[in-house]
Design a protein around this ligand. Structure first.
Ligand SMILES: CN1c2c(nc(N)[nH]c2=O)NC[C@@H]1CNc1ccc(C(=O)N[C@@H](CCC(=O)N[C@@H](CCC(=O)N[C@@H](CCC(=O)O)C(=O)O)C(=O)O)C(=O)O)cc1
Ligand SMILES: N[C@@H](CCS)C(=O)O
Ligand SMILES: [Zn+2]
Length: 762
């Protein structure tokens, strides 16, 4: 039997985030377009060569992007909305980045979460224009690897069904025209690749793992039938991931040469499908066996058993031993980490280490046995050593978790009554204005933090810097005229990493970056032990800020589910158990803030929705414990204390009920890029708690004018009453410049004042 090692994709940022530096240098005009193109090409080739040097049999191309791979497909097919002034032909790099980031004249395209990950893609917009093949970038990437390195790679692109599912702008009537054009263009791209010598072309179809109805299955069958007819020579590898393949019986018969299944996140169901329906003899089976979503070293013996079990059910003549999904969701290599304690480091595997595991498992699959390989026992020992680590044996945490009772999950007074108590206590004006938490992380803020981290500054000097920056922004907020202030989060690198550094059970890394959106990266902490609160984490900064003003300063915490979903999490406990540990730690912080006189406390949960399973039938289970974890952290406060939460980067239209279940007194949510849709949704599902719909997009340097905000506010009045109405931007302002932030917020405050005048009884 033939066995091939491969990965669905590889992280493009580079070991030292070189990719990010080049992209941002180009944006700042520190790099010319020609030099930028050259640097990108060098990086692509380096990454292909590197993966081959690790022993991988079949390296992927097309997993590299200048911003986002969904945007790559949109622009390849000429799906460029008119507002960017594109005249046809090749989509130049400035139009490409205009779509991603917006310009002074044109708002950016919408951005949202990629399935259940912390990666965000640019939502394709279909506006009825005829699609066209502008440039086959996949061919360029394939040919450069072939010609310059002599490596025949496997080009990959987001598959047509997933692309259609994630595109906005068509309706029932225009869908058929859109899909038909799209298939022909996909076929043309694929055929060109096959003609150029690509032996395999990979189509990524994570949407095949979502819940599919009969109509979806029919559409998929039509798309793939048509593709096979139009590109008959191409060998297509259909990759599904993040869950088991839905409608396996029908979809495993699609006219493709191979199918990849996720045997990590959909293992049981995929195994059951193999047992029931078998695997087509004429197809290659992709066995997604090494977890592309975690950072843990694989237990090779266990994985080998799993491969054996799959093989016994499939009878495939050729298998690919591959990652469960693209490795873009994990950092590049553990070798860059110099500070991690050995027991932990030894139990970790990032992308490069996972590739080595794939090659080892592939050799096993090929030979049917381990041949003189120490890796199996080494992996078992590393995992066992971590299991026995003291950090997993915290009796205080175990006791606290065991003492949690039903009453800890809810506030004693229902919302309506709390609302009047809080109205009385807080005495805020109608349409109170506020921000989401962070203010610009200027170059000076980042430089100072870097100097402190490198011990070039004492703790006291750094704390004094943060205090001054906070005080400056308290004055700025006073000048702007906001009603509820924030301290600005200047002490934080990242809203999750910061808490990870303060709580026990977390490890943080030096270079373990993954892309979150565009060039923005995050360094998820690693939860490897029991999570415990040992001392206040945010109190000093918030209390100092509060002492500087008579306005309320919101306490600012990241919620338990967001900390969980944006970290790499130990796999020996359930996610629910870890969420409850985090919630109990946050509960202590909430109480510390309240005792210090902080009257409004915001607990952000932007990642609650992203954690939803791909299958709708599994949503309730997840939401039950997710919502409870939030309530566990926030319900212990007095009735007068106002709990806020915040969410962003997601579709809220089907999420109003879970938001209500949080029972937060106020939620601020991102809506400016999809305001109309949320208003429609709120019409259908009235919401009675406090709510602030984001009034401007914070991803773009563009300053919204008063009229624009005014329109959004007035539209919102159709679904939100004065008693519950808050005014705020979409999200935190850490990525923005100071000047544009102040100008935007002044306009926001003016628009709120206008609304107050408009609503005043005459
Ligand atoms: C709200 N969002 C978040 C998500 N996930 C998170 N974990 N956190 C989030 O806030 N998911 C959804 C969204 C995604 N949004 C963003 C927004 C912005 C960023 C971002 O700006 N990332 C930064 C890295 C942040 C950070 O940790 N910065 C460090 C500096 C690290 C660094 O690069 N230092 C440089 C020196 C810098 C200098 O000299 O000026 C170096 O060491 O060389 C810090 O602030 O100290 C990014 O740059 O990408 C992410 C997600
Ligand atoms: N409080 C955080 C939330 C981001 S989702 C911020 O303002 O950056
Ligand atoms: Zn946000």
């Amino acid at each position: 039997m033939k066995a091939v090692s491969t990965a669905i994709g590889y992280p493009y940022i580079g070991e030292n985030r070189e990719w990010k530096r080049y992209v941002e240098a180009f944006w700042k005009k520190d790099l010319s377009e020609a030099d930028f193109a050259l640097k990108m090409k060098e990086l692509r080739l380096k990454q292909v060569k590197h993966q081959q040097s690790l022993g991988m049999d079949l390296v992927t191309t097309g997993d590299f992007t200048l911003y986002d791979r969904m945007l790559d497909v949109s622009t390849m097919f000429g799906m460029v909305p008119d507002r960017y002034g594109w005249q046809g032909g090749r989509v130049d790099v400035s139009t490409y980045y205009a779509m991603a980031r917006g310009t002074a004249d044109a708002v950016a395209s919408e951005m949202t979460k990629w399935f259940n990950t912390n990666y965000h893609y640019i939502v394709p917009e279909y506006d009825g224009k005829t699609l066209q093949l502008t440039e086959n970038y996949l061919l360029t990437h394939f040919e450069e690897a072939k010609n310059e390195l002599g490596i025949i790679t496997k080009p990959t692109l987001i598959g047509p069904y997933t692309f259609v599912q994630l595109t906005k702008g068509y309706d029932k009537t225009s869908k058929a025209a859109f899909v038909l054009q799209l298939i022909s263009l996909y076929a043309a791209v694929i055929q060109q690749l096959a003609d150029a010598g690509a032996e395999w072309i990979q189509l990524e179809e994570p949407a095949f793992a979502q819940s599919l109805d009969a109509e979806d299955v029919k559409l998929i069958q039509e798309i793939y039938k048509q593709l096979a007819q139009e590109a008959p020579e191409a060998r297509l590898m259909l990759q599904t991931y993040f869950q088991a393949l839905s409608a396996y019986g029908e979809l495993s018969k699609l006219p493709v040469a191979g199918i990849g299944l996720d045997f990590v996140h959909g293992a049981e169901e995929n195994m059951e499908s193999l047992r029931t329906d078998g695997f087509p003899q004429d197809k290659v089976l992709g066995i997604g066996i090494v977890n592309g979503r975690d950072v843990w070293r694989a237990d090779l013996a266990e994985k080998a058993e799993a491969i054996k079990a799959v093989l016994s059910l499939s009878d495939a003549q050729e298998v690919w031993i591959q990652s469960s999904c693209s490795l873009q969701h994990v950092p590049v290599t553990t070798q860059s980490e110099t500070q991690l304690e050995p027991v932990l480091k030894n139990a970790l595997a990032f992308a490069d280490e996972k590739i080595v595991e794939l090659t080892q498992l592939c050799a096993y699959a090929r030979e049917g046995q381990w041949s003189g390989n120490k890796s199996v026992s080494e992996s078992m020992e590393a995992i066992e050593a971590l299991k026995q680590h003291e950090v997993r044996k915290n009796e205080r945490v175990k006791k606290l978790v065991s003492e949690v009772k039903e009453e800890h999950f809810s506030r004693p007074m229902p919302f309506k009554e709390r609302q009047s108590v809080q109205k009385q206590a807080l005495q805020l004006p109608d349409f109170p204005t506020t921000t989401i938490g962070s203010f610009p992380q200027s170059a000076e803020v980042k430089r100072t933090r870097k100097a402190w981290r490198q011990s070039k500054m004492t703790n006291e000097e750094y704390a004094e810097f943060v205090r001054k920056e906070t005080a400056r922004w308290i004055r700025i907020q006073e000048e702007i005229g906001l009603d509820v202030f924030v301290h600005g989060e200047f002490e934080r690198t990242d809203m999750v990493e910061y808490f990870g550094e303060k709580l026990t059970g977390f490890a943080f890394t030096e270079k373990a970056w993954v892309v979150s959106y565009g060039s923005r990266c995050v360094k998820p902490p690693i939860i490897y032990g029991d999570v415990e609160w040992t001392a206040p984490m945010t109190l000093k900064e918030v209390a100092e800020a509060q002492a500087l003003t008579s306005k309320y300063v919101k306490g600012m915490l990241t919620g338990p589910v967001t900390i969980l979903n944006w970290s790499f999490v130990r796999d020996d406990l359930s996610r629910e158990q870890v969420a409850n540990q985090i919630a109990l730690a946050l509960k202590e912080e909430v109480q510390a803030l309240e005792q210090a006189g902080i009257a409004i406390i915001q607990v952000d949960e932007p990642a609650l929705r992203e954690g939803l399973p791909l299958r709708k039938e599994q949503w309730n289970d997840y939401l039950a414990w997710g919502v409870n974890a939030f309530k566990l952290a926030t319900s212990g406060v007095k009735n007068e204390t106002q709990i806020h939460t915040h969410m962003c980067y997601c579709e809220f239209n089907d999420f109003i009920e879970p938001i209500r279940a949080l029972d937060a007194d106020v939620i601020s949510i991102e809506t400016s890029r999809s305001h109309g849709e949320l208003i429609d949704s709120l019409k259908q599902h009235p919401y009675e708690l406090g709510i602030g719909l984001g009034v401007y997009d914070i991803h773009s340097p563009r300053v919204p004018d008063i009229e624009e905000i005014d329109t959004i506010l007035n539209d919102s009045l159709a679904v939100i009453s004065t008693e519950q109405f808050w005014v705020n931007p979409d999200c935190g302002l850490k990525t923005r410049g100071e000047e544009e932030t102040v100008a935007s917020l002044k306009n926001m405050v003016e628009a709120a004042k206008k609304l107050r005048r408009q609503k005043q009884p005459v």
